[in-house]
Design a protein around this ligand. Sequence first.
Ligand code: FAD
Length: 291
Amino acid sequence: MIPELFKNGKTVFSFEIFPPKKDGSIETIYKTLDELSDLHPDFISVTYGAGGSVAGASTHEIAGIIKKKYNTRCIAHLTCVNSTKADIDQAIEEFKRSNVKNILALRGDINPEIEPKHEFEHASDLISYLKAKCDMSVSGACYPEGHVESGSIDEDIENLKIKIDAGAEHLISQLFFDNGAFYRFLEKARAKGINVPIQAGIMPCVNANQIRRMISLCGASLPEKFTKLIARYGDDPEAMREAGVAYAIDQIIDLAANGVDGIHLYTMNNPGVARKICESVSNVLANIKKE
Ligand code: FAD
C-alpha cells in the first residue's frame, strides 16, 4: 500500500500521468509508460477525467497495466461530484478487477454546465464511503496556497482535517512554485494534527502557455525568480524547457533538503522531462533522512 512507502526515511518520488484523450491513441500511453517505468518511480498515479478516454485506456485499465506489466505501484484517481453511489460502486468493482489497491479520492471540479449529483458534496464524503466499502488505501489532495473556493488557507486546512478524519492516509499537493508557501502550509497542517505523509506536487514549467493556463485555474503564486524566467524564455521553447527543468530541480532539491515526505512530479505525459529531472536528483532523493 502507498502509505507504507513513507516509513523508511527516503524521499518518496512519484509521477502523475493522464489517460490518452478520446481522440488520442492508446499506443502513446504505452510508450510513455515504457519510458517512465524505466525511471523506477515509487509509484505512478493516473488521473480521472470527465471527458472520457480511449477504449482500453481508462484510469483503472492503465492503473492495472502499470501494476501488472511494469510491476510498479499505482494510485488511481477517482472524482465524485458528478457521481451517484451506484457509479462509485461500479468504479470500485473496476478497480478490484484491475487489482488496483490505492485510490486518490477527489471531489472534482464543479462544471457550471453540469448539475452535481449531490450524493457526494466533498472529497471527505467519498473517502468515508470508500473506507466503509473496501479495503483499499485512500489518499487525498491538498492545497499549499488554499483551494480556490475556500475563504482562507486556515479554513481550507480545517476542511483538510475533515478529510483526514474521514480516513485519508496520505496527501498529494497541488502544484506550487514557491517552496516557502509549501513550508508555511506544512507547519499549519501539522499544528492542526494532520500527521499523514504529505507529498509536494511539482510541475516542471516547460511550456509557458500551458503553465499560464494552469496558474489561472489553480491560483499558484509566482516568485519573481519564476516570472522573470517566463518573461525571458517563454517564447523560446528550447530555452524554456531548459530553464523550467532547472527550476523544478532546484525546487525538488530544496524540498528534499528540508525533509519533505515526498515529491509528486506532474509529468504531463512527458517522459523526456521526467528523465532529465530524475537524472539530476536521484541521489538526493535516495538519501535516507536521519532522525
Ligand atoms: P474537496 O476536498 O472536497 O475540497 C473542495 C472545496 O471544499 C475546498 O475549498 C475545501 O476547503 C472545501 N471542503 C472540503 N471538504 C469540506 C467539508 N467537509 N465541508 C465543507 N467544505 C469542505 N480533478 C479531476 O477531475 N481529476 C483528477 O484526476 C484530479 N487529480 C488531482 C490530483 C491532485 C493531487 C490535486 C491537488 C487535484 C486534482 N484534481 C483532479 C482537481 C480537483 O478535483 C479539484 O481541485 C477540485 O476542485 C477539488 O477537489 P478536492 O478533492 O480537493 O475537493
